[in-house]
Design a binder for this molecule. Sequence first.
Ligand code: NAD
Length: 429
Amino acid sequence: MISKSSLLAEPASPAHICPFDQACSYLEAAAKELNLNQGLLEILSHPRKVVTVSIPVKLDDGEIQVLAGHRVQHSDVLGPYKGGIRFYPAVTLREVSALAMLMTWKCALLGIPYGGGKGGIAIDPKRYSVGELERISRRYISELIKDIGPSVDIPAPDMGTSAREMAWMMDTYSVNIGHAVPGVVTGKPLSIGGSLGREMATGRGTMIIVREALADRGKSLVGVRVAIQGFGNVGCAAAELLYEAGAKIIAVSTGAGGIFSEVGLDIPALKVYAAENRKSIVGFPQSVAISNADLLTLPCDVLIPAALENQITEENVNQVQAQIVAEAANGPVTLEANLALEARGVIVLPDILANAGGVVVSYLEWVQGLSYVFWDEERVNREMEHLMVQAYRKVIHQSEVRQISLRLAAYTLGVGRVAQALTDRGLYP
Ligand code: NAD
């Protein structure tokens, strides 16, 4: 048993599932499988740096509110810290720490030269004006100015943030440094060095991994029945690309509820409908309203949770009917639910593989920025697909050789690579 970081003094989340404990459990399982020594495990189970800053912000009505902003840097053994910034009401330091750790294994699994980081502010961005969000984003980054940088820590979008926030953050960092530093964030708008293909990248990566898993079973995407929880950056892109490939998207949902269609939803039309209705999809023609809970247990071939963590739990796992669960969100299946699914032969495509497309294209954006050479979208997608398929194959191979689940296989590859690098670098002093 490893000791939980004393840096994380925050009380456990009121919900009974602590994301950081869960992340440590996966690490422990991988360490056991790899026979890692206790010292290495201790190092890997502690984030290297945990920063919480105060963000005073003047609201439009003149009132001042002080928010807490977190940035957790888990490991930079393989390269600069890399990870998104989340604006979501339920953000906690433990959650950010768990997500930073996941990023370390994800980057290592994909073979990209980054460590893991994550950031977040516990706000509901829908309750703030654009001006207020800009002031929050800028003050957050200026408070972290000494902790980030293109070779130190490179943020990216996550839940509740997008290219718009990345542009504000890049500008704030650049103004403070004294010159333009596009490489400080990824997921930027194209006008300031963003990459073609980045917006769709995470959803595209999920589509590729689902396609490969089906192909291994002699099936194609055509006609496959898919249910997707979440219709934001990731869920919407995955829906669009799967639809284009011939899959039947029978249900999607947002925080405001879901919709179902037995014959399959017209995803391009739904995208337009959501844009016109402030992201709400309920009421879309030729669909019936369903709850988020219903969506997870629909009869379908592939279930893609692409919203929040801890969505498939001990409580609902026995009702899940999909044969493949692709974790487009981070941590949507709890440890216990994962074991129950595996015991039933359900294929769980783990988050550090299934949603890695975003960080892969972030890496390609960073590479293009550093080399001042920008690629067309076809090249970006091709390079990304190559890395995703290669990682998928490695996971399958590891799972077959060691006779372990896909999740444990993915974790052993990621953790193993970081542990090897740590051993080779040695411990300072
Ligand atoms: P987003 O903010 O763009 O979209 C989130 C979606 O989830 C929205 O449609 C929202 O309505 C929905 N949602 C919120 N609460 C919900 C609830 N209770 N039930 C059902 N749906 C709910 O966020 P995103 O960038 O698409 O991220 C989604 C997930 O994917 C997160 O777990 C994130 O960490 C992960 N992820 C994102 C990226 C990326 O590139 N954006 C990369 C890797 C992983």
